[in-house]
Write a protein that binds this ligand. Structure first.
Ligand code: FE2
Ligand code: FE2
Length: 417
């Protein structure tokens, strides 16, 4: 076939009206030369036109999924990008595994459809294409996915009540006590070395009176996040035991810094606990992608954050932020999750992102657990400036930090009990 420079697209859609609409749209707005296929067989026959791109829907009865598999197995066409354009968003993950270059959920705005096809045709690398399909897949999954972890309902209720500054211990304790497992862990936390009370706290009411609503809410959130993520079905192999030691370690350092620098941040420890939650989600819900991330970390001198960017184009910070929003964790924790690698980018709450940023680097330097790689990140000098500390000062605090980390391990053993 003569190459006139015009891009060729094969549009494989079952419904004639749909197919013609997509075709006219691509011809008129995109300037593509379009060939059409009404079923899987004519889709395969349409390969003789040497399309630069195939846009296919997912109708089983028209045998499009089968045709996609056949095309991907054919050496001559395995590189031909295929974008699936379908309303069947539950099929995103099975198609992503087949090596397609994108998934557009119908109905898509014309600009989205054209933009996506242009991107695939524009010579971007396979990795970038995978990343963009991943991004869409993630967005689609977040809306629809049923196995996205949910926090125990008692947390949402406590969170709602705590928005009222006048809420009393009576009302709050009644709600907490509806969950016996959380009640027990909360009492164990209240009596742990983490809080260091000399007398025994026997009731939730007493714990609330002594610790205050906000501290109790954060303690419940620590329990809730651990509970919600501990039994996820699949895993690409992230070491969860070391992950939690790291998370608690970061929390301890952040909490230590608050005490040392007289910063009033009740959520500092919890910010450490939740800061890398995005890794657990990626490791489980996107295990097929995350295996490659972990392999890259093991074989190359890169951080897990860099490997996530390289392999899937999205980091645990971004995914974690989405999760924080779906869990309604509030702006402070959301900022800690989203910006702990680049606190300078936090447009709202920079301080908590700075505390976790330093906590992350210090915990890694001191070998407290593992965040999934063995790289010790550099602390951003701007962050040190903002917190009015120096690296020398941090090193001088090493033994005190170690003590805080050891003491706060009690929290982890309670969460895991
Ligand atoms: Fe991180
Ligand atoms: Fe981390």
């Amino acid at each position: 076939m003569e190459d006139d420079g015009q891009r060729r697209v094969l549009v494989a859609q079952r419904q004639p009206a749909d197919r013609q609409f997509t075709s006219r749209f691509l011809e008129l707005l995109g300037g593509y030369q379009v060939h059409e296929a009404a079923d899987g067989m004519s889709m395969i026959k349409g390969l003789k036109n040497k399309p630069d791109l195939i846009v296919a829907d997912t109708h089983e009865s028209a045998q499009f999924p089968r045709a996609i598999e056949i095309i991907k197995r054919n050496k001559a066409f395995e590189e031909t990008p295929i974008v699936v354009y379908s309303e069947e968003r539950h099929l995103v993950s099975s198609f992503a595994a087949k090596g397609i270059q994108g998934f557009i959920i119908k109905p898509a705005a014309p600009a989205v459809l054209l933009g996506k096809l242009w991107k695939v045709l524009g010579g971007e690398s396979a990795r970038e294409a995978t990343a963009s399909s991943f991004s869409e897949r993630f967005q689609a999954d977040l809306d629809d996915i049923e196995d996205l972890p949910t926090l125990p309902s008692v947390f949402s209720e406590v969170d709602r009540l705590c928005k009222d500054p006048d809420i009393g211990a009576d009302e709050l304790s009644k709600v907490i006590e509806t969950d016996p497992s959380i009640t027990l862990k909360l009492l164990n936390l209240a009596n742990s070395a983490f809080f260091g009370f000399s007398r025994r706290i026997k009731t939730v009411h007493e714990a609330i009176s002594l610790l205050g609503n906000k501290t109790v809410k954060n303690a419940i959130l620590n329990i809730a996040v651990y509970e919600a993520t501990k039994d996820l079905a699949t895993s690409a192999g992230l070491d969860k035991k070391e992950f939690w030691v790291h998370a608690a370690g970061v929390g301890s350092v952040a909490r230590f810094l608050c005490k040392k620098l007289s910063i009033d941040r009740d959520e500092a420890f919890t910010a450490g606990i939740v800061h890398d939650t995005g890794k657990i989600i990626l490791d489980s819900l996107y295990a097929d992608f995350y295996k490659d991330v972990l392999k890259r970390v093991a074989e190359n001198d890169v951080s897990i954050y860099e490997a996530e960017e390289e392999v899937i184009g999205l980091t645990h910070a971004t995914i974690g932020q989405e999760l924080a929003e779906s869990w309604n964790l509030g702006p402070e924790l959301s900022a800690a999750i989203a910006h702990h690698h680049q606190p300078g980018r936090a447009d709202g709450d920079e301080e908590i992102a700075c505390l976790v940023h330093v906590g992350d680097a210090v915990a890694r330097r001191m070998g407290v657990g593992s965040g999934g790689d063995s790289k010790v990140p550099e602390i951003d000098p701007e962050v040190l400036k903002k917190l009015s500390i120096s690296t020398d000062q941090l090193s001088e605090w090493d033994s005190e930090i170690q003590e805080a980390v050891d003491r706060d391990r009690s929290v982890l053993s309670i969460l895991q009990s």
